[in-house]
Design a protein around this ligand. Structure first.
Ligand SMILES: Cc1ncc(COP(=O)(O)O)c(C=O)c1O
Length: 311
């Protein structure tokens, strides 16, 4: 008999074509719906991979405590997968995460530690390391752990190619850089001309899960030279993107998915034809408590304010 386990429900997420948002004939938009993972985000993939490798390398055994700094999704993934694999989870987060996140962590029974909002995820990382030193525990370290990137190389990238064999452009959010680096590497192996485009919050704008490099911290797993470009997105455009996704396609995406859609549509303006794959890291449920879906948006935001940076 086939042995089924909740960990086997991670990955193999759906790929859909956004036909109602198709920007022009010849340019097709595809979206990988990572909100379909068991805790609702792409982070299930990396947490499972990082824990399994730490276990294989003899660095942790069931019963141990695993610590991580997170703006939410990685924390929720660790709390659930930790339960499923027999580990205690301690999550360090900045105080400005969305309110659903600590609620979900309470359900999964994870211990939460806070740092001030201004400290951001960088401050949370320092606090997590301190906690690991003081109280003991294994720090998962998604910003430095090469298995974060590998999870996307082995799984996310391979799955995308099964559904869309010819990818011209990959657009994904930049948090740790794991999605862009791992998925990008896999896609470029098949087609070196594939463009890998990062979506970053415009400095001063908060986009849950994404990180501005302007704060001075470059995740060690991120190689900026590997990227083909980045698009800086303002929160207003991300919210508008998330609403557009719902209105036109019936897809309930999170804030970073809205930002990725906005960036994908921007990129589409610059090309005549091609397949653009968007990675939607989570769905909208966690953001229901915010006014994202109800707040009136200005009629005409100044599109020229978008910053597109190439290198
Ligand atoms: C909602 C959301 N979108 C995008 C990302 C970015 O993914 P990555 O850390 O692989 O760069 C994250 C994770 O940080 C996230 O939580």
């Amino acid at each position: 008999m086939h042995h089924l386990h909740v960990l086997h429900t991670i990955g193999r997420t759906p790929m859909v074509e956004l036909t109602h948002l198709q920007p022009k004939p010849g340019v097709r938009l595809f979206a990988k719906l990572e909100g379909w993972n068991p805790t609702g985000s792409i982070k299930d993939r990396i947490v499972k991979h990082m824990l399994q490798h730490a276990e294989r390398d003899g660095r942790i055994v069931p019963g141990d405590t695993v610590i991580e700094a997170s703006t939410g999704n990685t924390g929720i993934a660790l709390a659930m997968i930790g339960k499923a694999m027999g580990y205690r989870a301690k999550i360090v987060m900045p105080e400005n995460v969305y309110p659903e996140i600590p609620r979900a962590l309470a359900v999964y029974g994870a211990e939460v530690h806070w740092v001030p909002a201004e400290a951001g995820v960088t401050g949370a990382m320092a606090a997590a390391r301190q906690l690991a030193d003081d109280a003991g525990g294994f720090m998962l370290d998604q910003f430095r752990n090469p298995h974060n990137v590998r999870a996307h190389y082995v799984w996310t990238g391979a799955e995308i190619l099964e559904d869309v064999p010819a990818v011209d452009v990959l657009v994904a959010g930049l948090g740790t850089g794991g999605t862009l680096m791992g998925t990008g590497e896999r896609l470029k192996e098949v087609n070196p001309a594939t463009k890998v485009i990062a979506v970053e919050p415009h400095p001063g704008n908060q986009l849950q899960g994404l990180k501005s490099l302007a704060d001075g911290f470059i995740p060690p797993i991120l190689d900026l030279a590997f990227l083909d470009g980045k698009i800086l997105v303002r929160s207003g455009h991300a919210f508008r993107g998330a609403r557009l996704l719902m209105q036109r396609e019936g897809i309930f995406g999170g804030v970073s998915s809205g930002a990725v859609l906005h960036a994908g549509l921007k990129f589409a303006e610059r090309i005549g034809k091609g397949n653009i794959v968007l990675v939607f890291a989570d769905s909208g449920w966690k953001y229901l408590d915010t006014n994202l879906w109800s707040r009136p948006l200005p009629e005409h935001e100044e599109e020229e304010l978008d910053d597109i940076i190439w290198w």
